[in-house]
Ligand binder design. Structure first.
Ligand code: FA5
Length: 347
């Protein structure tokens, strides 16, 4: 039976009216019912087959207009129910993930460098006896050298043999502990990384900081082994063109003793950038810590015969070593412990 344009218009009006009066408020269900594959609109569209050829174009327009109208109304209904558009085809949002603190990252990297060349990572107490922090390191009670360590003492009973309890001011407390752990039997190749504490606070000092301490004891160990180890670390951590340098210094527990510097990556150790003083290092070098050949009294304290064995040791600040890395140039190490997420998120 032929369908006239008038009949089609009546059916379209009826469908639009039914839609407007439909009590089924769920937008999803309405969409399926009216615009779904087997929905009322598609059902009505089939009528076009019965429209005379010369009216087919006009019939198509009427149907299209109904479809657009239904689409607009359904979209607005969906927005009202969901509050906003959800485009389910968009890729999901990656939730922000935390990461290790920059100093923990540095510690992992530093231990990796030393472990690859045969050092064993150890950890010793951060609250320790005076004996390990000072006495066994050739600093008897009341020795003036102890003042340099600006130590926090813990209010706990003293031990008759090992003295007071301290917050370790340096990782050197691990030296004699490691000799004891290995029952005074070299070879020793220790890397001890731990928190340290001192009564200090400024742009290059914090009350809590980290050090990494190397200790090597064996027959025939000499300064060249120390220098080779320092150079190896400098190149691995800072880059192949960076050099290390040792300068005479004094520590009670090493003889001879040195301060260790690394060449500045900005001026390459020259101290000058385009004819002017390098503003990062001022001298061409950065000091990062101390080192030296283990004092015979320390070997003796660890039960090792200094006539037979020699050793070297070094101890540097992790924060200081890390801030000197190319591209970081952090001018205040207190940022690491400020808890400021804007700073920490950059690592
Ligand atoms: C020592 O602590 C010696 N135990 C190092 C050593 C070990 C020498 C073995 C010889 C043999 P010193 O006080 O210079 O040395 O500290 C070493 C490094 O620790 C410093 O160069 C600095 O990088 C870091 N450091 C010291 N105090 C602080 C602090 N308050 N905050 C941050 N870093 C610090």
């Amino acid at each position: 039976m032929a369908t006239t344009l008038e009949k089609l218009q009546q059916d379209i009006d009826q469908l639009a009216k039914n839609f407007a009066n439909d009590q089924e408020l769920d937008a999803d269900k309405l969409r399926t019912k009216y615009l779904g594959k087997k929905g009322l609109f598609n059902e009505l569209s089939k009528e076009i087959r019965n429209v005379a050829n010369e009216d087919k174009k006009a019939a198509g327009k009427l149907l299209n207009s109904l479809k657009n109208d239904l689409e607009t109304k359904l979209t607005s209904l969906e927005q009202q129910t969901t509050g906003s558009w959800v485009d389910v085809t968009l890729p999901g949002e990656q939730p922000s993930q935390g990461h290790l603190h920059p100093i923990s990252q540095a510690i992992e990297e530093i231990s990796g460098i030393f472990e690859k060349i045969g050092f064993t990572r150890v950890r010793y107490p951060e609250v320790d006896w005076d004996y390990y922090a000072f006495e066994s390191l050739n600093m008897p009670d009341n020795h003036p050298a102890r003042d340099e360590w600006e130590t926090f003492f813990v209010d706990l009973p003293e031990s008759k043999e090992k003295g007071k309890v301290v917050l370790t001011p340096h990782t050197s407390n691990g030296q004699v502990r490691e000799m004891e752990r290995l029952k005074s039997k070299p070879p020793i190749r220790m890397i001890n990384i731990a928190r340290c504490y001192r009564r200090q606070q400024d742009v290059t000092h914090t009350q809590m900081f980290h050090q990494f301490e190397g200790l090597v004891v064996d027959e025939g160990i000499n300064i060249q082994h120390l220098k080779g180890t320092l150079d190896h670390f400098a190149k691995e951590f800072y880059g192949p063109e960076v050099k290390s340098r040792i300068r005479p210094f004094h520590f009670q527990f090493t003889e001879p003793s040195f301060e260790v510097d690394f060449s500045c990556h900005i001026c390459h150790g020259t101290g000058k950038v385009r004819g002017k003083k390098c503003s990062f290092c001022k001298s061409g070098w950065h000091e990062v810590g101390g080192a030296g050949m283990v004092h015979p009294n320390v070997l003796k304290a660890g039960g090792i015969d200094p006539q037979k064995y020699t050793g070297f040791a070094f101890g540097w600040g992790v924060e200081r070593t890390y801030t000197l890395r190319e591209g970081l140039n952090i001018d205040d190490i207190r940022y690491f412990y400020s808890g400021d997420i804007r700073f920490l998120e950059q690592f």
